[in-house]
Ligand binder design. Structure first.
Ligand code: SF4
Length: 301
């Protein structure tokens, strides 16, 4: 019986008892529970990594204007802005997370890691990490698998869907995946990885899902950038062995508790938060009217 990803504590215990790395435990899970060969797993990850890198490039080079007009080439503007606030690396990180997510908002090809709404975070984080630290592709693929293990537990203990647990569940999970992946690639141990995950989620708790006009554009795209930044800040803190104080499993349970008590209007219904603002409502009306107008006559009955 393979390990079933019910908690971080049991993932660590299983890997210690079986003398397997955290990544090997995920490989075993994929092979036994999903009936995949190791070759299929690594080939699939390599394809996913290619799609992530393509999404970053596409978002930074092609026209990214969404049908609603709310997304309008923001990633390129940030990437090309002449004055970095912190450093060019940070500017690149933010631009890349925006870029890959804009591709999703413009109906391009992305990897839902873990969801389409959060699809800019892992590409932005991993692309920038590889560039700065010269991480080889094999290590990146291992980090993606480790991140998948993190998401599996978060899905079981809380949720990874905005409609169930708010945006903390979507962009929060992706940020936790990214943070764990960074620490793994930087040579961190199990405790440092899980600590970084805990710190990341602590920073994302309570974030509501309030997409304007029900489109995964505003605030989704910019939240991918901020989540990528939090993934990096938490990785830096976790690597330095600064304790999250609250253990990672308890942090994820808190996320589940907050998600369960969140009002429905903050769960992708576009009835609360930014979606319910005066401007959000006006945009919603405009998008709705425009969509009705473009429907063929026979469909408008
Ligand atoms: S606001 Fe909602 S739809 Fe947008 S990224 Fe967050 S969870 Fe997804």
């Amino acid at each position: 019986m393979a390990f079933l990803f019910e908690s971080f504590a049991s993932w660590k215990q299983y890997s210690t008892e079986k003398n397997m790395s955290l990544v090997q435990v995920v490989v075993e899970y994929e092979c036994t529970q999903k009936n995949r060969t190791e070759k299929e797993i690594w080939d699939g990850l390599a394809r996913a990594w290619d799609v992530m890198k393509d999404a970053v490039q596409t978002g930074l080079t092609e026209d990214m204007t969404s049908r609603s007009g709310m997304i309008n080439n923001g990633a390129k503007k940030v990437y090309n802005y002449p004055t970095p606030v912190l450093s060019k690396e940070f500017q690149n990180l933010i631009s890349r997370a925006l870029a890959a997510k804009e591709v999703n908002s413009c109906m391009g090809r992305i990897v839902a890691a873990p969801t389409a709404g959060a699809s800019g975070i892992m590409p932005g984080v991993l692309y920038t990490l590889q560039e700065i630290h010269h991480v080889d592709d094999k290590k990146i693929l291992e980090a993606m698998l480790l991140a998948a293990g993190i998401a599996l537990i978060m899905e079981q203990k809380a949720s990874i869907a905005g409609a169930v647990g708010g945006c903390q569940a979507e962009t929060g999970t992706a940020a936790a995946m990214g943070s764990g992946a960074i620490v793994y690639c930087m040579g961190g141990n199990t405790d440092q990885i899980f600590n970084a995950v805990a710190i990341t989620v602590q920073c994302m708790l309570g974030l509501v899902c309030d997409p304007v006009a029900g489109l995964v554009e505003v605030p989704c795209v910019v939240r991918n950038a901020s989540a990528a930044a939090i993934a990096n800040s938490s990785a830096q803190i976790g690597l330095a062995n600064v304790s999250s104080v609250i253990p990672v499993d308890e942090v994820i349970e808190a996320m589940g508790e907050i998600g369960a008590s969140m009002e429905t209007r903050y769960k992708e219904t576009a009835l609360g938060g930014l979606a319910a603002t005066k401007t959000g409502q006006a945009i919603s009306k405009r998008v709705l009217i425009r969509d009705i107008e473009v429907l063929p006559d026979e469909e408008v009955k």
